[in-house]
Design a protein around this ligand. Structure first.
Ligand code: NAD
Length: 268
């Protein structure tokens, strides 16, 4: 008797960008656990191989897991990545998650123009390309539903007195473009939602904070929970948005922040 594949994403073909990093890897692991076929994409080849090895160690029953080197700021690479899933039966889910927060990103006066442009190319154009080629793939493969999840940030919703202006502007753009695409493609059955993570224990933030206790405390104080989030807590939300359980969730800004953006003062 043939064994039926089980899980909340059974039979779905998914691409995750930034898959070698904090949120991307945790999401790849969860997707694989839930029965998805996963294409892990990242710009860093060694990190990607390490990430895949970790996934396979944790999920030895994974149905199909492959990797692809893709710089999301290059449209030909994104196109090639998405088209490669046609041979799997076509894309069902894409998590446009790759993003950077550059150390030289600063306020209106001090942000260098090249850093502004680099941030926009990866964080905004990268998401646009992912959405564009996902829509074309869903249509090409005659899919009646598809889920596109784009990573924004809480800084798209609240201002920070520790500015990273290019990053903040890029994440605001992700929220806005996701909302619009959600409306444009709703009658095709394609859902678009944003993920808004609060600061997390991932390399993106933790490498930048380093062992600067004051810099860390300046941020931790704003959490009602008294702690940064964990990448896997974001991945759980992405899993829901990717699954058919979220069939009526569209154009939503999924804020996963431990209540941070709802807090005025936090418990002592
Ligand atoms: P991370 O640095 O751990 O992972 C990001 C991954 O993206 C890395 O593996 C990196 O190699 C890859 N990447 C960078 N540039 C790329 C490119 N041009 N093409 C393809 N891949 C590229 O970061 P993370 O914390 O997992 O962040 C993932 C997403 O979450 C980002 O969009 C980030 O802005 C967002 N986010 C993170 C936090 C946080 O505190 N960590 C908070 C809010 C939002």
């Amino acid at each position: 008797m043939a064994t039926e594949s089980k899980g909340r994403l059974a039979g779905k073909n998914a691409i995750i960008t930034g898959a070698a990093g904090g949120i991307g890897l945790e999401t790849s692991i969860l997707f694989a656990k839930e029965g998805a076929n996963v294409l892990m994409a990242d710009i860093s080849a060694p990190a990607l191989e390490k990430a895949k090895a970790k996934l396979l160690q944790l999920v030895p029953t994974a149905s199909r897991v492959e990797t692809i080197i893709c710089d999301v700021s290059k449209e030909d690479q994104v196109k090639g990545m998405v088209e490669s899933l046609d041979s799997w039966g076509g894309l069902d889910v894409i998590f446009n998650n790759a993003g950077i927060m550059h150390a030289k990103d600063d306020d209106a006066i001090n942000t260098p123009e090249d850093i502004w442009d680099l941030t926009m190319s990866i964080n905004v154009k990268g998401v646009w390309y992912g959405c564009k080629h996902a829509v074309q793939a869903l249509r090409r493969n005659k899919k009646s539903k598809g889920s596109i999840i784009n990573t924004a940030s809480v800084v798209a919703l609240v201002g920070a007195a520790t500015p990273q202006l290019a990053y903040t502007a890029s994440k605001g753009a992700v929220l806005a473009l996701t909302r619009e695409l959600a409306i444009v493609h709703a009658r095709e059955g394609f859902r678009f939602n944003s993920l808004c993570p609060a600061p997390l224990n991932t390399p993106l933030l933790q490498d930048w904070l380093g062992d600067d206790v004051a810099k860390r405390a300046r941020r931790e104080i704003h959490f009602p929970t008294g702690r940064f989030g964990e990448a896997v807590e974001q991945a759980q939300a992405v899993l829901f948005l990717a699954s058919d359980e979220a069939s009526f969730v569209n154009g939503h800004d999924m804020v996963v922040d431990g209540g941070m953006t709802k807090a005025y003062v936090t418990p002592e």
